[in-house]
Design a protein around this ligand. Structure first.
Ligand SMILES: NC(=O)c1ccc[n+]([C@@H]2O[C@H](COP(=O)([O-])OP(=O)(O)OC[C@H]3O[C@@H](n4cnc5c(N)ncnc54)[C@H](OP(=O)(O)O)[C@@H]3O)[C@@H](O)[C@H]2O)c1
Length: 242
């Protein structure tokens, strides 16, 4: 198969690219560092592509910027897919995000709406936070690392990439079953475990974010339901393997 990966240089996208190539597929990476700005929407040619995996995302916490990004990127990809006759659009979203639709999640909610209304063949996979998210999103302040207070049931980015490739190799599913990791963690607790295992003596501070977005992170709104698929490794196994 020929698989295009939007955000194929990112945490999960780069893993999808590697796994797809190991499985013998041809890949096309769509990201700014590879000369494709999906938000600007120019020069996108998907001729010969069988499936598009969208693992792109903006670095923002602003609802307006997130909406602008996901509307432009998703709309542009879907139009290019229609022009080229691409048989499957796969998007990676976040468990609970569409129901919250504030801050960064406002863009994820819009992304899901645009896909569902597109009339194109699609799958949306919603997962919990990646283990890597704890470090990726921690703000550095001298010796401190600061994270929002957040309940999650995180999983490995590699596990997410494996599932995305399985989906790309199969038929469109519409809403795929949610995917989550084995154990519930506070994100700050997870980062403390990661740093402790590396022998780093940094202090991790957990800050309750204000407003409805912050409340949703704390109150279990982004935890998976009982029907979610659970896949390892556990956080302890993942930390030990690093
Ligand atoms: N992190 C999590 O815990 C988590 C959990 C569930 C779902 N998700 C979703 O998974 C997706 C990927 O997350 P991630 O953490 O792997 O992202 P990431 O590491 O921040 O990577 C983002 C990717 O998007 C690309 N990108 C950004 N702006 C672009 C543009 N204008 N045009 C083309 N490419 C652009 C980046 O490449 P360039 O900079 O080279 O353009 C990069 O490859 C996001 O949609 C996110 O909402 C994340």
């Amino acid at each position: 198969m020929r698989i295009a990966i939007a955000g194929g240089t990112g945490v999960v996208g780069s893993r999808v690219v590697r796994l797809a190539e190991e499985a013998g597929h041809e890949t096309l990476v769509l990201s700014r560092s590879r000369g494709v700005d999906l938000a600007a929407g120019s020069g996108l040619d998907l001729q010969g592509v069988d499936a598009v995996v969208d693992a792109s995302g903006p670095a923002t916490t602003s609802a307006a910027k997130s909406r602008t990004f996901f509307e432009a990127v998703t709309g542009g990809l879907l139009r290019a897919e229609a022009d080229a006759g691409v048989a499957h659009h796969i998007a990676l979203s976040i468990v609970g995000a569409a129901g919250i639709a504030r801050g960064y999640y406002a863009g994820k909610a819009l992304q899901e709406q645009v896909i569902a209304a597109s009339g194109r063949p699609w799958t949306i996979l919603r997962t919990t936070q990646f283990f890597e998210f704890a470090e990726q999103n921690a703000m550095a302040l001298g010796p401190w690392r600061i994270l929002p207070r957040m309940r999650s049931r995180p999983l490995a980015a590699e596990t997410v990439a494996e599932r995305l490739l399985e989906i790309a190799e199969g038929p469109p599913l519409g809403d795929a079953p949610d995917l989550a990791g084995p154990d519930e963690f506070g994100m700050a607790e997870l980062l403390r475990e990661i740093l402790r295992a590396r022998g780093e003596r940094r202090r991790v501070l957990e800050v309750p974010l204000p407003g409805g977005f912050g409340r949703a992170l704390r109150d279990g709104s982004i935890l998976p339901g009982p029907e979610a698929e659970i896949r390892g490794p556990s956080a302890a196994e993942w930390i030990a393997a690093r």
